[in-house]
Design a protein. Structure first.
Length: 195
């Protein structure tokens, strides 16, 4: 049986070694490439890689979601034809998760669920991706939200979106140049439609 050829991209050398040893213990996965940062990934010839395990934050200096270089790497690899990318991270924010899937990632696992990595690699390799429970609720929530949004009018969608962003009725009214009473009325209609 051919081994699954895995590339690991991880900036922490301890994690790199631990993950590398862990995924290879069953002998059906072999780590063929390792990179510690974005620049190293860009130098690798990926023709010998089946699946990529990619850390979202590739620098200890990255403190916020505006500097998540793993997203840039995922996009680069996807454009090169590597469409079996699993994001490995400690981030669990909804917007980041959704952006990862937009960049071509097929699964997303938090580092606390590292024991699930070998199975996720096998599934990605076979093209049978089961979205990990770390993110499945986020994706289901987004699908439900998208379905609800289809039944709303454009102005109702705008009010709903602003409310989801945490704006008060007064702030929404100011932003849309409407009265607070109009926003209250629209919000009642929206709640009736989506519930």
């Amino acid at each position: 049986m051919d081994k699954i050829k895995l590339m690991i991209v991880e900036d922490d050398s301890v994690w790199m070694q631990s993950i590398s040893e862990y995924v290879q213990k069953d002998n059906d996965i072999i780590v063929v490439e390792q990179a510690y940062n974005k620049e190293e990934v860009l130098q690798i010839d990926c023709t010998n890689v089946d699946v990529v395990l990619l850390d979202l934050s590739l620098s200890k200096e990255e403190k916020d979601d505006e500097n998540l270089s793993g997203l840039e790497v995922a996009s680069h690899l996807y454009k090169k034809g590597l469409n079996k990318i699993i994001m490995l991270t400690s981030w669990d924010e909804k917007d980041i998760i959704l952006e990862c899937f937009d960049k071509g990632v097929v699964n997303y696992i938090t580092k606390t669920s590292y024991k699930d990595i070998p199975n996720a690699v096998r599934e990605a390799y076979k093209g049978k991706v089961n979205i990990h429970s770390d993110v499945s609720n986020v994706l289901i929530g987004e699908l439900r939200k998208e379905r609800k949004m289809k039944i709303l009018t454009p102005i109702e969608r705008e009010v709903y979106s602003l409310k989801e962003q945490g704006l008060s009725r007064v702030q929404i009214a100011e932003k849309l140049y409407k009265s607070v009473e109009t926003i209250k009325s629209q919000w009642r209609i929206i709640k009736n439609k989506i519930n």
